[in-house]
Design a protein around this ligand. Structure first.
Ligand SMILES: Cc1cc2nc3c(=O)[nH]c(=O)nc-3n(C[C@H](O)[C@H](O)[C@H](O)COP(=O)(O)O)c2cc1C
Length: 450
């Protein structure tokens, strides 16, 4: 049998109005009032029409009161908590994977394992977990965290969190509830139950999860680390990584680095897929696309003097058109991304203004500018040349920039044979071509039976 051609993964970072800071101010955009589920549902249905693998919901918990003067400058209050949102989206979609962000600093494994198992059943096996462990000041103060763990400590807690969650999902055999016997009055066989007894550095858990094992075994694990410890964490635990790179060389280096770390965890290179972020400006001609990009850039330039900072590092005391000074303090969150920005500034001799522009408008992600065919060709280039397994789109204005991609770029990708024309499987795991993880008790059970 011929091996199926490798397929591109398409994900979208779903935001209410789009990534452009002023997307909400367009005359046609409905704003204000209570959060409206239909706005989210329409975007995700559009993605499903485009046969996307993933609708991704980021989450940055906790609002610090520090920036109260500027709080009115950004749209707020329109977002839902991701796990709750995905439960509702499950009812209006059938195929697309729904990836919810959950932070391991402010939760207990039991609650989260239970919610993801519930969601996996509610979605028919389409749930993914973007595991994050970032800790902003606002989040710390929202949860009364007086002595936050350091960066490495947070990744260590996240690793133990996942380990406990997996044990919780494995507390029941896959078929534990498949043989209730009304005659004998025995609902299930005690041999199909595996209580967990975990006593680690961060968690102590003696229990059984009160829901059946997820349809997918475990949710699909996503992660977005970039630091040394973040990459190692991804190599051990993640199945997809949200990456950020602007040049093919940078993307190839990252791709090679993380895939190269897998063998020591007994994993194959294809067990971890890399999906960098993607901004795109589509025109009916290259010139029209370039004009769209320039107007996008100019609208950001006006804001830079007011907010002269990058990843939380204050740059306001340095001249905007001068170079990035040496020996700046490193941020608490996002060290990896910060170092990427510093390396870019040095490599291309960028002024502070130019560096902030590059990162603020596209947050260090790839930008494609051109016709739909140009964009599909450039996506294919990274996909075929060891730089990406797919992309995470960052549409600037919703719904129009996403509609453009679905209607114009997706058919070009399909023509090239690198993107599906129909969903192949029922679950997110199946559509991504990942194996379903077996229950960790299966082997010991088989050995006992033998
Ligand atoms: C595309 C993308 C999406 C991310 N989404 C979230 C998110 O929703 N919530 C969050 O707390 N952090 C999010 N992050 C930040 C990462 O979790 C991580 O903290 C960051 O990439 C820095 O990695 P490092 O700590 O290994 O340096 C995201 C990062 C990227 C690149």
């Amino acid at each position: 049998m011929s091996k199926k051609k490798r397929q591109l993964i398409l994900s979208t970072f779903v935001q209410l109005y789009g990534t452009h800071a002023n997307a909400w101010r367009r005359p046609e955009t409905k704003v204000g009032g209570n959060p409206d589920f239909n706005q989210w549902a329409d975007t995700v249905k559009l993605l499903e029409r485009g046969k996307f693998d993933i609708a991704f919901f980021a989450d940055f918990v906790g609002n610090s009161g520090a920036d109260i003067d500027n709080i009115g400058l950004h749209p707020r209050g329109g977002g839902f908590e991701p796990l709750t949102l995905t439960a509702a989206l499950a009812q209006v979609t059938r195929h697309i994977g729904l990836v919810a962000t959950v932070n391991t600093n402010f939760n207990e494994p039991y609650n989260i394992a239970r919610r993801f198992a519930s969601l996996d059943h509610l979605t028919g096996g389409r749930i993914g977990w973007n595991i994050v462990s970032s800790l902003s000041e606002g989040a710390a103060s929202s949860f009364g965290v007086a002595n936050p763990l350091d960066h490495a400590g947070r990744y260590e807690r996240a690793a133990e969190f996942i380990n406990v969650a997996k044990q919780l999902w494995d507390t029941w055999d896959d078929d534990a509830f498949d043989h209730p016997n009304k005659e004998t009055g025995r609902y299930l066989d005690a041999n199909s139950v595996h209580p967990i007894h975990h006593h680690g550095k961060h968690f102590s858990v003696d229990t059984l999860l009160d829901i059946a094992r997820p349809i997918q075994g475990y949710p699909v694990f996503f992660q977005a680390g970039n630091s040394e410890v973040g990459r190692e964490f991804a190599a051990e635990h993640a199945e997809l990584i949200y990456a950020a790179a602007q040049t093919i060389e940078e993307a190839q280096a990252y791709y090679k680095d993380v895939k190269g770390r897998l063998a020591k965890y007994g994993r194959e290179p294809d067990d971890l897929r890399v999906i960098p972020g993607l901004f795109y400006f589509i025109g009916s001609s290259r010139q029209e696309a370039e004009e769209k990009y320039q107007s996008y850039r100019e609208s950001y330039d006006q804001n830079i003097s007011a907010r002269r900072q990058l990843f939380g590092v204050d740059l306001s005391q340095y001249p905007l058109d001068g170079p990035l000074p040496e020996n700046l303090p490193e941020p608490v969150n996002g060290i990896g991304r910060w170092r990427q920005a510093v390396a870019l500034a040095r490599r291309e001799n960028l002024s502070i203004r130019e560096l902030i522009l590059r990162f603020s408008i596209v947050q260090g992600h790839r930008i494609l500018i051109g016709t739909a065919a140009d964009i599909a060709g450039q996506i294919e280039d990274w996909f075929l040349n060891g730089a990406a397994d797919g992309f995470n789109l960052k549409p600037t204005f919703l719904p129009d920039t996403l509609e453009e991609f679905v209607d114009k770029v997706v058919p070009e990708l399909q023509k090239r044979g690198i993107f599906r024309t129909e969903y192949e499987g029922k679950t997110l795991r199946e559509n991504l071509g990942f194996k379903r993880p077996s229950n960790q008790h299966l082997q010991s059970k088989a050995a006992k039976a033998a």
